[in-house]
Write a protein that binds this ligand. Structure first.
Ligand code: NAG
Ligand code: NAG
Ligand code: NAG
Ligand code: NAG
Length: 819
């Protein structure tokens, strides 16, 4: 390489000077090679006689010969020859993927070990070999086969450099590597070669041969790089902490321990044993990563400590240390700052064997402490973990004192950690932004598990195997609340809950997964109503054998008894052909205008939002020609389900879903404001028994109304018109008649004449714009619950008008004239 400039043709004396310079460089190179007492040649002629004397190399008498050939792709094994003998070869079949290594003792000059490390798979065994097995000044001859780089990470490369390598930094996937190194050899002094792959699948194989002296060159001690282990006499005692802060006296054969994990990377951790601080940042070499203190189980005194920075370096030393414990040794461990980054799987397994039930949950910046014992049967109870925040915020510190017995009793099952960590949700939160509640650091680890229902009888209820179709809108935080309140329903079976997501946005599909719900993609639509229809069609196809479906539209919160409520309705629904479904939402369910949570109505409309419907009804609804006429409006305007769908819905007086207030542009419509942005009532009790369900079927309901009308107090429209004319509301009724229904009979010009009705109900606090009829009518009857009474507004064109008492007829008619 150095004589490349010589190839340039230059005239005259300049040429002479150049040649001279080149020669000098060449001589320098050669002498510097010899000054390091090592040399290497390319073996690029086919008749190299490796089996011949000295691996085919002639060296100075005190030198050692080698011949190393890398593997040829992943087909032909590597060869390592040392001092005339082949130790590793294709024929010997003692090679493997990764790095193949011959270990030579620097004193006897004999081969003491032949190993193969699959560094494609795992670097830990190699690190352990380089760090712990190879004695001081040991010499290694290395040949790669197939790929050696995939898992040759920071730590194993660092250790190869401690054997004199420099080139290993450049080793990449399926490239060749040849090396002769020595433990402690200064970086760059090893005999080595990396073959680059370029565009080929594998780097071509190379053969290198040469001579080396022992030692190979200038060395330094690697022992300084080994971990901070202290034994008995080396361990210092820290300040006194009376009884380690334990309140009470430890009995014989037990000793006091206090653990404090410190704060962030600022305040040190502390381990106190027998009334003295025994380990901290400032004491016995404690620090970032793993800190371990060993207590012998006979004298209950500290016998060893180790600190391993498992944030920066591999955990091999910790593993070796833990493996070397005596039977019965008690192990106190505390992590500090960050300890998870390089904590290996074998290290965690060792800790599991010592009684840890939670070490496998340790992630970035989590803190953890543990007291276990070599030979424990099961899992220790002296263990706690505290999780860092989603964005690596420092966790809450742990602090505790106990009396630890000579023999720690293990538990057969892992004790529940005091806090859970919801990695799935953390992952979701990292990926998608803007989920303020779901991803709130204080709640991100919450785990909601479905609650069982207590009653055996209810378990067989159809409702618990009824499909629930959730149709998200744009507000993702609102969707989270819908999902949360759905999952909280006692008896919920997540197999039947499906979220229908727009195929362009898989985010909601993943969200479904977090809640263990099912997901189904549907083609996107411009209008939410089209989305609803697509979801219902898909739902019907998905569950062809189901007769009932629950549909949840966007932005809903379910009350705690939502499913329980539906379970009480489903039977009535089945008994009555004239019912098509149950709504969970009462559009008239305002504060003060509803309030009897066991009361249900029959209404001739379709209030939507959250409902259960018969399959037959849904099928009719989604017929394209029907859908066009019935359902293109949002539900609050009203779905016109007639005439395709003859039938009524059951509606509770007190809603079982809560629709969040509508915000944002485009919703300034006074009517929408009136419907959604004023106080509404939703049931807050957990289990409500619906009474009178048997009176909700077709004929029974008519009897109930007639009974009520017959015993009702008739209030004259005149009294009420006074109220609305003065702009006031009805504030109270005659107290002594508490609970008695009130009826108001009023005059209509024809069946659909609601002019007067619209005015009358304003007195009760309802708001209905003139262009819309009042809601929740049943055969023209307007019914609701007000001041603990049933209120009936009976028009003259309804079938109920004949129940107007004879003596009042004359009083009703004149009162209507002025309307
Ligand atoms: C290689 O060397 C050995 C030992 O000296 C000899 O027996 C053998 O014939 C040689 N092989 C070749 C191909 O020269
Ligand atoms: C939807 O559910 C299927 C099967 O349950 C699952 O494999 C898939 O990952 C889910 N889709 C999304 C977007 O999470
Ligand atoms: C609530 O409604 C139910 C069912 O109609 C009825 O039995 C009950 O008496 C009502 N309660 C009150 C306080 O009005
Ligand atoms: C209230 O009702 C009671 C009994 O129903 C009746 O005797 C009384 O006169 C009523 N009072 C008023 C102020 O209407």
């Amino acid at each position: 390489m150095a004589h490349v400039p010589c190839l340039i043709t230059v005239q005259g004396w300049k040429k002479f000077v150049l040649v001279l310079i080149c020669l000098c460089i060449l001589i320098y190179c050669i002498t510097s090679l010899f000054s390091h007492d090592r040399q290497m040649w390319d073996v690029n002629f086919n008749d190299w006689n490796v089996t011949g004397d000295n691996c085919g190399v002639t060296c100075k008498p005190e030198q050692h010969t080698f011949y190393i050939k890398t593997g040829d792709s992943n087909l032909y094994g590597p060869t390592i020859c040392y001092d005339g003998k082949i130790y590793i070869s294709n024929e010997l079949k003692n090679y493997g993927r990764g790095l193949n290594i011959l270990l030579i003792d620097d004193k006897t000059k004999k081969v003491t070990d032949i190993r193969s490390f699959d560094t494609y798979e795992d670097e830990a065994p190699l690190i352990r070999f380089l760090k712990k097995t190879v004695p001081e000044n040991g010499i290694i001859l290395v040949a790669s086969f197939d790929d050696a780089s995939q898992n040759l990470k920071e730590d194993s490369r660092r250790w190869l450099k401690l054997y004199g390598s420099k080139a290993v930094t450049d080793l990449s996937y399926r490239e060749g590597f040849v090396m002769v190194g020595q433990r402690g050899l200064n970086e760059g002094l090893a005999v080595e070669f990396v073959v680059k792959k370029r565009n080929a699948a594998f780097a071509p194989y190379v053969e290198k041969a040469g001579c080396f002296d022992i030692p190979l060159g200038e060395q330094h001690s690697v022992e300084l790089l080994l971990p901070d282990v202290l034994y008995k006499q080396e361990i210092s005692m820290g300040e006194v902490l009376l009884n380690c802060g334990y309140e009470g006296v430890c009995q014989a054969d037990s000793f006091p321990v206090r653990i404090d994990t410190g704060q962030s990377d600022k305040i040190s951790f502390q381990i106190c044993v027998n009334g003295h601080v025994m380990m901290s940042d400032a004491l016995n070499k404690g620090g970032r990563g793993f800190n371990v203190l060993v207590i012998d189980s006979v004298h209950l005194q500290p016998t060893a400590t180790i600190h391993v920075d498992t944030y920066n370096y591999d955990s091999t030393d910790l593993e070796v240390f833990l493996e070397s414990l005596n039977k019965g040794d008690i192990v106190i461990a505390v992590v500090r700052d960050e300890a998870s980054r390089k904590l290996s799987h074998p290290a965690k397994e060792l800790l599991n064997k010592l009684g840890s039930g939670h070490i496998q949950n340790l992630k970035f910046r989590d803190v953890w402490y543990f007291i276990g014992q070599n030979g424990i049967n099961g899992f220790t109870t002296y263990e706690q973990i505290s999780y860092a925040g989603v964005d690596g915020e420092w966790p809450k510190a742990l602090e505790n004192s106990f009396c630890v017995p000579k023999k720690i009793t293990g538990r057969q099952i892992i004790p529940d950690p005091e806090v859970h960590r919801n990695d799935e949700r953390r992952g979701f939160c990292k990926k998608y932004k803007g989920y303020y509640e779901l991803c709130d650091p204080a709640h991100v680890d919450d785990i909601i598990t479905p609650v069982k229902i207590l009653s055996q009888q209810l378990e067989t209820n159809k409702i618990y195997s009824t499909p629930i179709l959730i149709i998200p809108g744009m507000n993702h935080n609102a969707l989270v609340r819908t999902l949360q309140t759905t999952l909280m329903q006692p008896g919920i079976n997540t197999d039947f809950v499906t979220i229908f997501w727009d195929e362009k946005f898989p985010e909601y599909g993943e969200l479904a997964g977090l809640f263990k719900f099912q997901n189904q993609s549907i083609p996107g639509s411009l209008r939410y109503q089209d989305q609803v229809m697509k979801a219902i069609s898909a739902g019907l196809r998905l569950f062809p054998e189901k007769d009932y479906f629950i549909v949840l539209e966007e932005d809903l919160l379910l009350t705690a008894d939502f499913l329980n409520f539906m379970s009480q309705c489903v039977e009535t629904l089945g008994m009555d052909e004239s019912l098509i479904g149950v709504s969970a939402w009462n559009i008239n369910g305002y504060d003060e205008l509803s309030g009897n949570n066991s009361l249900m109505y029959r209404v001739e409309e379709f209030p939507g939002l959250g409902f259960m419907m018969k399959r037959s009804a849904l099928k009719l609804l989604i017929e394209p020609q029907n859908f066009k006429t019935c359902c293109t409006h949002r539900v609050w305007i009203g779905w016109n389900v007639k005439p395709e769908l003859e039938g009524e819905m059951l509606v509770p007086d007190v809603s079982r879903v809560f629709r969040q207030a509508i915000q944002g542009a485009g919703n300034t419509d006074e009517y929408i404001q009136a419907i959604f942005n004023r106080p509404r009532v939703a049931n807050l009790q957990s289990d409500v028994l619906l009474t009178g369900m048997n009176k909700l079927t077709n004929t029974a309901y008519e009897e109930l109304i007639v009974d009520d009308l017959k015993q009702s107090i008739v209030v004259l429209p005149g009294e009420i018109t006074l109220c609305y004319q003065s702009g006031g509301f009805i504030k109270e009724f005659n107290q002594s008649s508490q609970g008695t229904p009130i009826s108001v009979f009023y005059k209509q010009d024809h069946t659909h004449d609601y002019t007067l009705l619209n005015k009358l109900i304003k007195c009760f606090g309802f708001y209905v714009p003139d262009k819309y009829p009042p809601r929740n009518l049943h055969k023209g009857l307007f019914r609701y619950y007000f001041m603990k009474r049933n209120i009936y507004l009976v028009g003259s064109e309804t079938i109920y008008y004949p129940y107007l008492p004879q003596d009042k007829i004359s009083e009703v008619n004149p009162g209507t004239g002025g309307g």
